[in-house]
Design a protein around this ligand. Structure first.
Ligand SMILES: Nc1ncnc2c1ncn2[C@@H]1O[C@H](COP(=O)(O)OP(=O)(O)O)[C@@H](O)[C@H]1O
Ligand SMILES: CC(=O)OP(=O)(O)O
Ligand SMILES: [Mg+2]
Length: 413
């Protein structure tokens, strides 16, 4: 570490099944120094987009194939170094990793050691798309900076407050306990951040408000948050349950699986791939990007229309269910790629729910803006809001607070 400059930078890595999103932040003022994305890892068409946000920095793109997450992270390290923001900088305080599945064990951000790595590895069977990528990200980062603390921030942590009535499946208790089968929930960092930002938008303390958060990205989940604590969420043992997603089916009768095995002759792995990668919007209409689906709907494409309607129907059911779970709802918050950008999704999801106090003002809904904003008309009993999520900032804050507790207590973080 340099003698007279505090290490205030945090590198955040969000490794998905075929992508890595990253941000370098300076926690002295929560500013971003660089952001980027590596996508289509393992394919011929891999792409790295790197944007330095320092003075004079310009967005750069690499399109050479990137074989795996290890190579992806090394390419990211090279891009950062080219801007004088390399991982060898003494100003780097910590590397924060999004880890999707933390089981029941991890209820807080955690400094990573061998035991933590072993536990993340043990959970691979319940997060096969995510935990292996998270592990590679951690190991590569450790190899690049063995001296630096690495912190895991778990998607499941925020949901550990769910009561057993919501987190248990109605199956034989002994079998469930033996195999640790329960509902864990995911996207927790986003649900936590967005529910707090929504309270702020309403000018209230999180402990005073009940919020339904709709995180609609490629993966999508809903949560019911009472006074700042999660009481129910739509994803379960794995990120497959719940809403219709880009490539995942969400809820279905479990007997569909036995049927596909017995009658369709499919293996467990084939069905796993079908439900996780070839279902949801892409399975219904061949596209998983909501922009493309809306374009097709506007052109009168029936298949895209049906996919959209199924997506909305499921979303609406969850809004109703969580309304009932909470009893009183102060706000419904839309977030993530679809929730923040797709006005037709927001409008369709609350249409017909006027009796519940929910409505969207078409003009406010269609207006684009950067920060959190209300889109409900003034008369509506329940606030409907668009609240951009910021998983990376939240991961940076939590990671930084964990390795510099004294400084954060003094309010300098
Ligand atoms: N302008 C837009 N209109 C509609 N949908 C959008 C728009 N921009 C992004 N999206 C949707 O957001 C999705 C990605 O959301 P994001 O939260 O980044 O997902 P993830 O983190 O799961 O990769 C895209 O697949 C696309 O469907
Ligand atoms: C847990 C999960 O579904 O994550 P993502 O949306 O990043 O795929
Ligand atoms: Mg996401």
């Amino acid at each position: 570490m340099s003698e007279n400059r505090a290490a205030t930078r945090v590198l955040v890595l969000n490794s998905g099944s075929s992508s890595v999103k990253y941000q370098l932040l300076d926690m002295s003022d929560s500013s971003r120094l660089a952001v980027g994305l590596v996508e289509r890892i393992g394919e011929e068409t891999s792409r790295l987009v790197h944007t330095p946000l320092t003075d004079g920095g310009e967005k750069r793109e690499r399109t050479a194939p990137i074989a795996d997450h290890d190579a992806a992270l090394k390419a990211v390290a090279e891009e950062l170094a080219a801007d004088g923001l390399g991982l060898d900088s003494p100003e780097l305080a910590v590397i924060g990793h999004r880890v999707v599945h933390g089981g029941r064990h991890f209820t807080e951000p955690t400094v990573i050691d061998d035991a933590v790595l072993a536990e993340i590895e043990r959970l691979i069977p319940v997060a096969p798309l995510h935990n292996p990528a998270n592990l590679t990200g951690i190991r590569t980062a450790q190899a690049l900076r063995p001296d630096l603390p690495q912190v895991a921030v778990f998607d499941t942590a925020f949901h550990t407050t769910m009561p057993e009535s919501a987190s248990r499946y109605a199956i034989d208790v002994k079998t469930a306990d033996e195999h640790r089968i329960r509902r864990y929930g995911f996207h927790g960092t986003s649900h936590s951040y967005v529910s707090r930002e929504t309270a702020k938008l309403l000018g209230k303390d999180p402990s005073e408000v009940n919020v339904i958060v709709l995180h609609l990205g490629n993966g999508a989940s809903a949560s019911a948050v009472r006074g700042g604590r999660c009481v129910d969420t739509s994803m379960g043992l794995t990120p497959l349950e719940g809403l219709v997603m880009g490539t995942r089916s969400g809820d279905l009768d479990p007997a569909v699986i036995f049927h596909l095995m017995r009658v369709g002759g499919m293996s467990a792995d084939e069905i796993d791939a079908l439900l996780n990668k070839k279902s949801g919007l892409i399975g219904l209409c061949g596209d998983n990007d909501m922009r493309e689906i809306r374009r097709r709907v506007d052109e009168g494409d029936e298949q895209a229309r049906l996919a959209f309607d199924i997506y909305i129907h499921r979303l609406k059911k969850y809004i109703g269910a969580y309304y009932a779970v909470l009893g009183r709802v102060d706000a419904v918050a839309f977030t993530a790629g679809v929730g923040e950008n797709a006005a037709p999704v927001r409008e369709a999801a609350v249409t017909g729910l006027e009796e519940l106090g929910l409505a969207v003002d078409s003009e406010l809904n269609a207006t684009r803006a950067d920060g959190p904003r209300l889109i409900s008309p003034e008369y509506a009993r329940v606030a409907v809001a668009v609240v951009p999520t910021d998983e990376e900032l939240e991961i940076a804050r939590q990671s930084y607070a964990l390795v510099t507790p004294a400084r954060t207590e003094n309010g300098n973080a």
